[in-house]
Design a protein around this ligand. Structure first.
Ligand code: SAM
Ligand code: SF4
Length: 467
């Protein structure tokens, strides 16, 4: 297979589509929403039309269509994970990030394997089962990618009682096809990489030094990852660097290109929004900061456009904003996060001074779980698909609503029950068990039977059971 080296982003078409788009009339919006409700996804012109909806009543219809697609495919599940920052060294100069090479104020750290094990233990003892390993683009002298591979092995090998991390996702700089092959061999779950901005001029303005200046190398990163056999990839843009509408259409082109080349689009799309960052004044002065209203609109439209693709929301957002986003289509969230290497084990936290950017949600995993279950969402620590090899296209096939009922929901409940038994505070446990019973009662008999069987196994002390 020939490696893709040129950008497939067609800026001219995006600009033309944006210039031609006018606020769509009621009939057009309803036609688009009717198509979306068949779970067929949306094309670029349809996405452009929905982005231009301003009428509040019509916007309400867009939100309610997104809620119903989310409910049909994902039910009320929210999968939980935590980022694990292992190094803040970086040779790039991204003007929005604290880790940028020219930020001399930052006290940098690259964790040793012992420190990574200690951080993992801290996450395991909170109840986490999935982590996202994150690093700046510069590894300790003489190590290169091996540092990341060793770190992944350390995370997988760190256990405590019933606890272990079962899926390690990775957010690191893009690699060659050969090196992506090494990353795959390390048993990663998802490889995640954000383009930051697909707009070439803006990209050049915000990336001042280092390998990351090369737009084409980055934009073709996911093609190399998939060529190397990594079939769960996670894309994203950093909202706030440029016009969100441009980024949404460009993201649709990225998805289309992966689908065309590999027969399957990304496993997830992340929606990080630019947050203030020490030593990176651009993060607060960008002229394109995305408003809450546009942010919610972007999430709802993505849910309709790529119904089977997971949508990830991090703790960059405040608890209040997060609550509003969940029902519009978010399927995975981080909780109890730190963005400073060593942050989970630091005896004394130092605010976010050593972190990559400021966080909006500082609550612990236990508090987040309590909150989301009170809102009716089912916390899930499930890692079954990846462990059973249901990745890439196989996952997409499995993700059809009928199948989800018999796999994802029972797995969500059983992994939540594990959490309640092993880690929850007494009051959270009582509330959580009531929640499990309510969800069980709402299930149809065949689904309930599967769930009860799994829950029964967990209650007798078995762990890591799934269907
Ligand atoms: N260094 C690698 C890279 O840039 O791809 C991987 C890790 S980087 C630490 C992870 C992501 O953090 C970046 O892709 C960027 O989108 C995000 N980020 C950087 N600065 C941010 C800020 N001020 N607010 C929100 N997200 C930010
Ligand atoms: Fe380095 Fe990534 Fe931060 Fe850019 S975003 S400065 S590459 S850590």
């Amino acid at each position: 297979m020939k490696t893709v080296t040129d950008s497939f982003i067609d800026e001219r078409t995006i600009e033309d589509t944006l210039n031609a788009a006018v606020a769509p009339d009621r009939r057009r919006v309803r036609e688009i929403l009717a198509k979306a409700s068949t779970l067929a996804g949306l094309d670029q012109a349809e996405v452009a039309a929905l982005m231009n909806v301003v009428d509040q009543e019509l916007l309400g219809e867009v939100y309610s269509a997104a809620r119903s697609v989310k409910e049909t495919i994902y039910g009320s599940r929210l999968v939980l994970f935590a980022p694990l920052y292992i190094s803040s060294f970086c040779r790039n100069d991204c003007v929005y990030c604290s880790f940028r090479a020219r930020n001399r104020e930052l006290k940098r750290r690259a964790l040793t394997q012992e420190e990574i094990a200690a951080e993992t233990l801290a996450l395991v003892t909170q109840g986490h089962k999935r982590v996202l390993v994150v690093a700046g683009e510069s590894y300790p002298e003489g190590t290169g990618l091996q540092y990341i591979l060793d770190s992944i092995a350390t995370v997988y090998n760190t256990r405590s009682g019933n606890g272990e991390i079962r899926r390690v996702n990775v957010n690191i700089a893009p690699l060659t096809v050969d090196d992506f092959g090494r990353l795959k061999a390390a048993n990663i779950g998802t490889y995640q990489l954000f383009q930051e901005t697909y707009h070439r001029d803006t990209y050049a303005k915000v990336h001042l030094a280092g390998v990351k200046r090369d737009y084409n190398w980055r934009v073709t990163g996911m093609h190399r990852a998939m060529q190397a056999g990594i079939d769960d990839v996670g894309i994203g843009v950093l909202l706030g660097l440029y016009n969100w509408k441009f980024e949404m259409l460009a993201m649709m082109q990225h998805i289309a290109s992966l689908e065309q080349e590999f027969g399957c689009g990304p496993h997830t799309v992340s929606v990080p929004r630019l947050e203030p960052a020490e030593g990176a004044p651009f993060a607060t002065s960008s002229e394109w900061l995305t408003s809450d209203e546009d942010f919610l609109k972007a999430i709802a439209i993505l849910r309709l456009a790529v119904p089977y693709t997971g949508l990830i929301l991090s703790t960059r957002e405040s608890a209040e904003t997060r609550r509003r986003c969940f029902e519009l289509g978010i399927s995975q969230i981080s909780a109890g996060s730190r963005t400073d290497p060593g942050g989970y084990t630091a005896a004394e936290t130092n605010g976010d001074l050593k972190g990559q950017f400021h966080l909006g949600d500082h609550r612990s995993l236990n508090e987040v779980i309590r909150d989301i279950s009170e809102l009716g969402f089912m916390p899930s620590f499930c890692t079954a698909c990846y462990r059973l090899g249901r990745t890439g296209r196989d996952f997409m096939d499995m993700a059809k609503p009928g199948e989800i009922k018999y796999h994802c929901e029972p797995n969500a409940l059983s992994t939540f029950q594990e959490y309640l038994d092993d880690y929850a505070s007494p009051d959270s446990r009582t509330a959580g068990e009531q929640f499990v019973n309510i969800k069980l009662a709402q299930m149809e008999p065949p689904q309930r039977r599967i769930s009860e069987a799994l829950l029964g196994e967990v209650k007798t002390g078995k762990r890591d059971v799934f269907v």
